[in-house]
Design a protein around this ligand. Structure first.
Ligand code: ATP
Length: 224
């Protein structure tokens, strides 16, 4: 069973202008459900652009993208947002947490529009926080957390909607090796639960880790 099928996908910026640039050129890949794939390549090769498209945060200029058996590339932005909330968790390179707010609030964010009861929301936040060993800091403002703790909050926020697919952009980039190992153990557990995981990284620790099933290498917007 495929989680993602990408056919001839291209993404261009500044189309029709003198600085028109294609960050992705006719990419075709498929990723199985439950697979953990590493996306690797030099800076500027298009990894983040591809991850942004696959996580339905942007639309391709051309080509087709089928995610969880739905051809999402045909759909409107509004549908993509709903689809993303139901199926996809994204762990951003710079965490994208909201400073001045607690760990609990940051983890709860994706569910706030659903209008759950406080009790139901608290339970889900606690469950996600426990998975990544951050439940003891739920009342702490994120401004006071360490880099490793911030990364775990970002993972908990991505997990709270119980997504089938997780995208992580350089998840160990700001961590020392102990914290990086801890993050990789979390991914290992998520893989055992059957989640499909796509990670971009330059970190040899991730590349050499047993969870990686396959590496996709990119260069200048194409897969090599
Ligand atoms: N919004 C944009 N407008 C114009 N060009 C862009 C835009 N976003 C990305 N690019 C260009 O697309 C290319 C690929 O960028 P991308 O961020 O996907 O690379 P990357 O492989 O993730 O790099 P890094 O490892 O440094 O994060 C780069 O040349 C970048 O300048």
């Amino acid at each position: 069973m495929k989680a993602m099928i990408v056919e001839n996908l291209s993404k261009g910026f500044n189309l029709g202008k003198s600085n028109e640039f294609y960050a992705l050129k006719n990419i075709s890949i498929s990723i199985d459900k439950g697979e953990c794939v590493l996306l690797k390549g030099p800076s500027g090769s298009g990894k983040t652009t591809l991850l942004t498209l696959l996580s339905c945060l942007s639309k391709p200029t051309s080509g087709s993208y089928t995610c969880m058996d739905v051809q999402v590339s045909k759909w409107s932005e509004k549908f993509l947002t709903r689809f993303r909330k139901e199926h996809i968790g994204v762990i951003f390179q710079h965490f994208n947490l909201i400073t001045g707010f607690s760990t609990a609030y940051n983890i709860a964010l994706p569910l706030i529009p659903l209008g759950l009861s406080t009790k139901a929301l608290d339970e889900k936040v606690k469950e996600a926080a426990e998975k990544v060993n951050i439940a003891h800091k739920l009342d702490t403002h994120v401004d006071r957390l360490s880099g490793g703790e911030l990364q775990r909050v970002a993972i908990a926020r991505a997990l709270i909607s119980a997504p089938e697919i997780l995208f992580a952009d350089e998840p160990t980039a700001h961590l020392d090796s102990k914290n990086a190992q801890e993050v990789l153990s979390i991914f290992e557990q998520l893989k055992e639960e059957g989640k499909t995981i796509l990670i971009t990284t330059h970190d040899p620790l991730v590349e050499e880790h047993g969870i990686i099933d396959r590496t996709i290498l990119m260069k200048d917007g194409v897969i090599v």
